[in-house]
Ligand binder design. Structure first.
Ligand code: C5P
Length: 233
């Protein structure tokens, strides 16, 4: 599939900026496919740790990424991740996996190995893709690019609330420190660092709910003629 022929909307941003929730809601609203690219890096990390592969071993990690038997399955209105037919939803969402994923994602060979797999998600009528480099590297020709931010304090609080709801107790300062470290690693790496594409619209969601962010994006899409004006909210 020629990705330039499919309408792609990219949503990039730092950890816990809400981009996953927003991208999922938007894809559901439009009836388009959804790519959670972070889940790919998280799954490579899970597979590497299970095989005892060092997170510094670029070539071995790239081999794991190339051979990754991962499936995204939709059920109950949610997307579930399977590694070799085993549901790994809980494992990939753990904080430790997020950190390991960010270490795995530093390596150019791993990113290269996942590139084609991500581009295959671009299917008619359209794709909503979220990550760190969707607008800059994976889909540079995407017609609509968004960069979602929120203050570091707000992002740490959102993540803290999410974890509390799952019964996972983590101290807020420790969480804020982890998020800051991950942001720094993601934005300072040599390959595909986290940054807004030059043609991205930046939305600061510090004071906005996910539904309000989706409404803002739909409003941009309505202005561009992608959705009907009457369907803006
Ligand atoms: O978005 P999520 O928190 O699931 O991503 C986990 C990690 O995977 C990020 O911290 C980042 O290092 C990496 N990642 C990336 N490029 C993407 C998506 C995720 O480097 N497109």
């Amino acid at each position: 599939m020629n990705t330039e022929a499919v309408t792609v909307i990219t949503i990039d941003g730092p950890s816990s900026s809400g981009k996953g929730t927003v991208a999922r809601l938007l894809a559901g609203r439009l009836g388009w496919r959804y790519l959670d690219s972070g889940a790919l890096y998280r799954t490579v990390a899970v597979a590497a740790l299970a095989e005892g592969v060092s997170l510094d071993a670029e070539d071995r990690l790239a081999d794991i990424a190339k051979a990754l038997d991962i499936q995204f399955r939709d059920s109950d209105g949610d997307q579930h991740v399977f590694l070799e037919d085993r549901c790994i939803d809980a494992e990939i969402r753990a904080e430790t996996t997020g950190d390991a994923a960010s270490q795995v994602a530093r390596h150019a060979a791993v990113r290269e190995a996942l590139l084609g797999r991500q581009r295959q998600f671009a299917e008619s009528p359209g794709l909503v893709a979220d990550g760190r480099d969707m607008g800059t590297v994976v889909f540079p020709h995407a017609r609509h690019k968004f960069y979602l931010t929120a203050s570091a304090d707000e992002r740490a609080m959102r993540r803290h609330k999410q974890l509390n709801e799952k019964g996972i107790g983590v101290s807020l300062p420790a969480l804020a420190k982890d998020i800051a470290e991950r942001d720094l690693r993601d934005s300072s790496r040599a390959t595909a660092p986290l940054r807004p594409a030059d043609d991205a619209v930046t939305i600061d969601s510090t004071e906005l709910s996910a539904v309000e962010v989706v409404a803002q994006i739909l409003s941009h899409l309505a202005d561009a003629g992608i959705v009907a004006v009457g369907k803006k909210t």
